[in-house]
Ligand binder design. Structure first.
Ligand SMILES: *Cc1c(COP(=O)(O)O)cnc(C)c1O
Length: 429
């Protein structure tokens, strides 16, 4: 959906100058919008015990993480590098959750050392870990829970979480191993825009928490409902009512935990930053090849969601109003036919040099970027609440691209001495 009025009012008047001075492409994020969305989430819980942990993977830029952390947001990490980034912006202890899967012991130890709240994705970990954290949460398998959105795929094929019928036993086992404090984690939606389905998914986890507490005789101190709240990518989509969502969760918590209410934790990424970013590109090519093609100077290496999931991202030409509109494919330069930001999209007669915006790139945009074909990842800029435009990540250069490549081959293993030549040959056949 087009960027917010507030962002547009600040960005559009200065955009031609920024583009002229800085060049394209780049992502630019609206700090004010991100802060307001985060504050709105907290306000919706009206002082009830609640904490939102921003999913670092959605927008892993230190300046943005720092901005959110200063507002009181926790950070949700799933890898040692994300843990390191959280540490570097000053998030410590229970300001960090570690919700990983297919986790190696060394990664788990990093989370333990950081004092993070750790979610165990499978039981086998109890057997592997020599030291367990004071607080343990298990992630519940989505298979068997009522909600579940199509984007998560078929829950019976899910690789995530502990099967529901094994959950009480997993908690008992953790308690036997000396764990004294418990939480529960469950996430069954992805980009869910339907508030009823999102509520169903969260309430499932609250109910499951109460069931597990009863069945295993443990005190569940927090219920982590994960991320997965959707944003309106299409102009006709309606935003999800976060207030209705929060109210339903609070009501379910009262109903299921009449005595002691567990804290509610969330790990939203997309919902917080997704709408507050835009990819700024310029039209570099117009041609006709059976279809009307508009080539821009960004490629799917800067935003792979349209190519990877067929995801809709709104495209606009903010300075081309009044031109006749017709249908175009908006494409990048990768040697891959899927490298298209939009297919058959109504646009006002694009011309070379026009500024084109690809909207809603504030989450899972730059973060999913890559460098195939030497189409390197672009810069990230931010508009501050005061209206300044600042660089928060420069564009990659050829030196970045080659930074990990050896100029000369580096020995890894020397061939055993005296190996006759024909054996070398034989090995390769
Ligand atoms: C990806 C992910 C999130 C964040 O998802 P969003 O769609 O950005 O809200 C949160 N928690 C876990 C475990 C995830 O895998």
């Amino acid at each position: 959906m087009p960027i917010s009025d507030g962002f547009a009012r600040k960005l559009l008047p200065v955009l031609p100058d920024v583009v002229a001075a800085y060049g394209t492409p780049f992502h630019i994020y609206d700090a004010q919008g991100i802060i307001e969305t985060y504050r709105g989430m907290v306000d919706a819980f009206r002082g009830e015990p609640y904490r939102q942990y921003f999913a670092v993977k959605a927008l892993p830029n230190p300046v943005i993480l720092s901005l959110l952390h200063r507002e009181g947001s926790g950070l949700d990490c799933a890898s040692p590098i994300e843990l390191e980034m959280a540490a570097r912006v000053g998030a410590t202890g229970d300001e960090v959750v570690f919700t990983s899967n297919n986790t190696r012991l060394i990664e788990y130890r990093a989370a333990l050392e950081a004092g993070a709240l750790i979610t165990f994705d499978d039981r086998s970990f109890l057997g592997k870990a020599d030291v367990l954290p004071e607080t343990v949460a298990f992630r519940a398998s989505p298979n068997g829970l009522a909600a579940g959105s199509s984007l998560m795929g078929d829950p019976t094929g899910s690789k995530f979480g502990v099967p529901l019928d094994e959950l009480p036993d997993a908690y008992r086992e953790a308690r036997r191993r000396g764990v004294t404090r418990f939480g529960i984690h469950g996430m069954t939606c992805a980009n869910e825009l339907d508030v009823d389905r999102a509520i169903r998914a969260a309430v499932d986890v609250v109910e499951l928490g109460a069931h597990v507490a009863e069945a295993a005789g443990v005190d569940v101190e927090y219920v982590n409902v994960g991320g997965g709240l959707g944003i309106p990518y299409r102009p006709e989509d309606k935003p999800l009512s976060f207030t209705a969502y929060a109210d339903a969760i609070v009501a379910a918590r009262r109903r299921c935990f009449p005595r002691r209410a567990p804290r509610i934790l969330m790990e939203c990424g997309r919902f917080v930053t997704g709408p507050h970013g835009v990819l700024v590109t310029r039209v570099v090519n117009r041609c006709r090849k059976g279809r009307e093609i508009v080539g821009v100077d960004a490629s799917m290496s800067a935003l792979m969601r349209p190519a990877m999931y067929g995801a809709y991202h709104h495209v606009s030409l903010p300075f081309a109003r009044g031109r006749e509109r017709s249908r175009f494919d908006v494409v990048g330069s990768l040697c891959e036919n899927m490298d298209k930001f939009a297919i058959d999209r109504m646009l006002p007669d694009p011309r070379e040099g026009d500024i084109a915006l690809v909207h809603d790139t504030g989450a899972h945009g730059h973060a999913m970027g890559f460098t195939y074909n030497g189409r390197l990842r672009p810069a990230e800029l931010m508009m501050t609440p005061g209206g300044d435009v600042v660089e928060i990540r420069r564009a990659e250069t050829v030196d970045d691209y080659l930074a990990t490549a050896r100029r000369q081959p580096e020995p890894v293993l020397s061939a055993p001495a005296g190996l006759p030549d024909h054996e070398h040959e034989g090995r390769d056949q």
